[in-house]
Every structure is written in structure tokens, then in C-alpha cells.
Design a protein. Structure first.
Length: 62
């Protein structure tokens, strides 16, 4: 589970940086993977699911 926790944290970090870049009219995910729209959508899904995982893991920690 430690791997999943770290992976989701990294995805959230990348998602947060992407929002900062988007404020300056630069979308990092689209810039890197824009030639494959399905991959861009998958990355956004993974970032969103990472946020949900992190949220639940914070409230269910023992």
C-alpha cells in the first residue's frame, strides 16, 4: 500500500503543478501527451482518482 500511497501523492503533485501552469496558459499534460487524447483523459482520470484515494486514506488511517 505504501507504493500506491506514494504514486497517488506524485500524481497529485503533478496535477497541482499543471493547475499552476494552466493559470499561465500552459497545459503540461496536453503539451506532453496531446497527440494521444485518450492518454490525456486517462491521466486526468488518474489524478482525480488519486485525490479521492488520498482523501479517504487521510480519514481512514489508524
Amino acid at each position: 500500500m505504501k507504493f500506491l500511497y506514494n504514486l497517488t501523492w506524485i500524481l497529485l503533485f503533478v496535477g497541482g503543478l499543471n493547475w499552476i501552469f494552466t493559470a499561465f496558459d500552459f497545459n503540461l499534460v496536453t503539451e506532453l501527451f496531446g497527440s494521444v487524447p485518450a492518454l490525456v483523459k486517462t491521466i486526468y482520470w488518474l489524478i482525480g482518482l488519486s485525490a479521492i484515494y488520498q482523501l479517504f486514506s487521510r480519514f481512514t488511517e489508524e
